[in-house]
Design a protein around this ligand. Structure first.
Ligand code: FEO
Ligand code: CA
Ligand code: CA
Ligand code: CA
Length: 695
């Protein structure tokens, strides 16, 4: 019998501290749910029209796969199992064809509250780079007592999140290019005697410089998975809240993106709240601008009803913002500069190999609270990108490019690939369960067919400059994507976070982190894809499009994992015996290892343990055997997971961010021990015997 840690009382919707809620997402959980649309009705006509032919097509996928083809399949179990979760026999069998992973062989880390990074027996770790470490020429070493905005602009930023490692090759085969997001700042943990009501200009400018992205060359140790930052390398780069970015794609240059400072509607200063992201097959990185709303003030002063409704749908701050940036730059005041906020909430594409390139915000991918963006290619080479809008009751999207990637290395090919994300179709997902609605009672009890599963359609929102949404122009669809999706009847999900397509099977995995409001008064109740009311622990949805045609508009889906304490009957681990899995709560980021195992990091564990990183096979006999690989220090969340053959890289974000914490009263001693400032950092983990991770 598993020994569980005591449940820790927490007044927040997730397992986060109030400090994290406030600085990371602008207290999103305490505000009204921004999605008040009644879209189940408005979209029925469109969805019905699409679904007739699509559901038939999805069924065809199932049939073809059943005949042994390589297409993915999400067939429901044919034998009703009387409300007992059915083992995914067919999915497990899919592992036999060599597409599936072998499962993971390490001794799981037990749930714990140790103020350190805890790794499995036989594994070692090092801190690769920390907030404030100098990375550009001329940048000083970290000195919190003498910190300046200029120093911070040459140092690694705060609260590292998404991580990518790109090869340098040639003579530099033991070096890689590390790209990191810096999601947000927590001024209480950055500045001594910080007064949230009266931040100084210097503090605000340091915070601007601590946001954004970092590019840092890292050196591999030849005997281990240890990584060391190469400071002052010519490819090292910082992009901050004041660096130049360019808007591209169909909404760029339009009236909705023009400001008094930028009448072109194409030049933006900065990127904000970069959460997770992705790495493209053409060698660039993608970065989701997530809770951008919290940086903008005074939406309550906007009197035009249409403009006010748009601001409300994005949860914009009605009065002063938390960090008071509007006092130092009027672009953060929507009452004075109404379109500046329209220039945030995009997916950013960066070419980390070119230190002089201007990163681009891709309007064709829509504007919402972008968690991440991980591409895959269609058979004919067009990128498909799956994207979650991380808000309770918001939506799951995909973008399909109309252009094919070029595989050559010439300058012309590279230039071409940098236009792939500017042309295509943006879709939003509508999911339909296959069990009778009265069998989905909100408790997580399984329906009589033994699966939370069904089919779905991708509803097109816009293609280039053509809108598919009645009453909205294409430009409006891209800039106010949430409202466009409301109108076509998209499915309200439990906070869609990171999404990852399996490079082996083509199946797509969507982390739905939690939704404490599901089924509460005035809010939508459970449905088959979001089957638990007051959902504390979240779930992972598995989706299959035709393997040959991820550009299609139909899919099949089922829940791969219903998270929580395995002793809770409402949990599900793809049918794997529940006495042999690790407890998991609040899945957030997802990544695949080279063998096809899915790795999941968590944010806001509700089971009394610190957050962690988990690995699980998605096919083969070990499908569903979830194992905890590491845990992070007090107050931290695990993000940015990246799994190479011999190395696991994670972001330890917001260590010590516990209610009441400050520089004077630290709540964690990580990473440098007592008396030293708590610092977010990147950690590399490897096997002491230098063999491959988990195999
Ligand atoms: Fe920044 Fe959705 O987590
Ligand atoms: Ca079902
Ligand atoms: Ca996240
Ligand atoms: Ca990911």
């Amino acid at each position: 019998m598993r020994k569980l840690l005591p449940l820790i009382g927490n007044r927040h919707g997730g397992g986060r501290s109030a400090l994290t809620c406030r600085y990371r997402c602008g207290d999103a959980c305490f505000h009204e749910v921004p999605n008040t649309s009644d879209n189940e009705y408005a979209g029925d006509v469109i969805a019905r029209t699409l679904s007739r032919r699509n559901v038939m097509r999805a069924a065809a996928v199932v049939t073809v796969a059943g005949a042994g083809a390589t297409s993915v399949v999400l067939a429901g179990n044919s034998t009703p199992a009387n409300a007992t979760p059915a083992p995914d026999a067919q999915a497990a069998a899919a592992g036999a064809d060599g597409l599936g992973a072998r499962g993971l062989r390490f001794k799981p880390v037990a749930p714990n509250t140790a103020d350190q990074v805890t790794v499995p027996e036989g594994y070692a770790q090092n801190v690769v780079i920390k907030w404030g470490d100098p990375i550009l020429k001329g940048a000083p070493g970290f000195n919190p007592d003498k910190q300046t905005a200029a120093a911070q602009a040459g140092q690694f930023g705060y609260n590292n999140d998404f991580l990518s490692l790109l090869p340098l090759g040639g003579d530099y085969e033991r070096q890689q290019l590390l790209v990191a997001n810096h999601e947000y700042t927590d001024e209480n943990l950055m500045f001594k005697a910080y007064d949230p009501a009266n931040p100084t200009r210097e503090q605000v400018e340091i915070a601007w410089a601590a946001h954004g992205l970092s590019v840092v060359v890292v050196q591999e140790d030849h005997r281990s998975g240890k990584l060391t930052a190469v400071t002052r390398h010519q490819l090292n780069r910082r992009l901050t809240a004041t660096s130049e970015f360019r808007m591209t794609g169909p909404a760029a240059g339009g009236n909705l993106l023009k400001t008094s400072v930028d009448p072109s509607g194409t030049k933006v200063l900065g990127t904000l709240n970069n959460c997770a992201g992705g790495t493209t097959p053409w060698g660039t990185t993608l970065h989701g601008e997530e809770n951008f709303n919290q940086y903008f003030a005074n939406a309550g002063k906007v009197t035009d009803p249409a403009a006010a409704a748009r601001l409300k749908r994005y949860g914009m701050t009605t009065g002063e913002s938390e960090r008071k940036w509007e006092r130092f730059d009027k672009r953060f005041d929507v009452a004075q500069e109404p379109n500046e906020a329209n220039r945030f909430g995009w997916v950013v594409e960066l070419d980390p190999y070119d230190p002089n390139s201007v990163p681009r915000k891709r309007t064709a991918l829509g504007r919402f609270k972008h968690e991440a963006a991980q591409p895959r290619l269609t058979e004919d080479g067009r990128p498909v990108i799956y994207m979650g809008d991380d808000e309770r009751f918001d939506y799951f999207y995909k973008f399909v490019s109309s252009k094919r990637m070029k595989k050559g290395k010439s300058r012309a090919d590279k230039e071409h690939n940098l236009t792939l994300l500017d042309e295509g179709t943006l879709y939003v997902a509508k999911l339909t369960g296959d069990s009778p609605a009265d069998q989905i009672d909100g408790s997580g009890k399984y329906p009589s067919d033994g699966q939370f599963d069904g089919t779905g359609v991708w509803i097109p929102l816009a293609t280039g400059t053509t809108s598919h949404v009645p009453g909205m122009t294409a430009e409006e669809v891209y800039v106010f994507t949430r409202q466009a999706a409301d109108k076509v009847g998209a499915t309200k999900m439990d906070r869609p976070e990171d999404v990852e397509p399996s490079p082996r099977t083509g199946r797509v995995y969507v982390a739905l982190t939690n939704n404490s409001k599901r089924g509460t008064a005035g809010q939508p109740g459970a449905d088959e894809a979001n089957p638990r009311n007051a959902n504390k622990h979240g779930q992972i949805l598995e989706l299959a499009e035709s393997f040959d045609d991820p550009a299609g508009d139909a899919f099949a889906w089922r829940l791969f994992l219903v998270a929580g304490d395995p002793n809770d009957p409402a949990t599900y681990f793809a049918g794997f015996p529940k006495d042999k899995v690790s407890p998991i709560s609040c899945p957030d980021n997802v990544a695949f290892d080279p063998h096809g195992n899915l790795w999941i990091s968590t944010d806001g564990n509700q089971l009394g343990s610190h957050d962690g990183l988990f690995g699980v096979a998605t096919a083969g006999p070990q499908r569903g055997e979830l194992k905890q690989f590491l845990t992070v220090p007090r107050g931290a969340e695990t993000c940015g997971p990246l799994i190479q053959d011999k190395r696991v890289l994670v972001s330890v974000q917001h260590p010590g961010e516990i209610d009441g914490a400050s520089v004077e009263k630290p709540q964690s001693v990580w990473p440098d021990g007592p008396g030293k400032m708590v610092r977010p950092a990147v950690v590399s983990v490897w096997r002491k015997d230098n063999r491959n991770i988990g195999v």
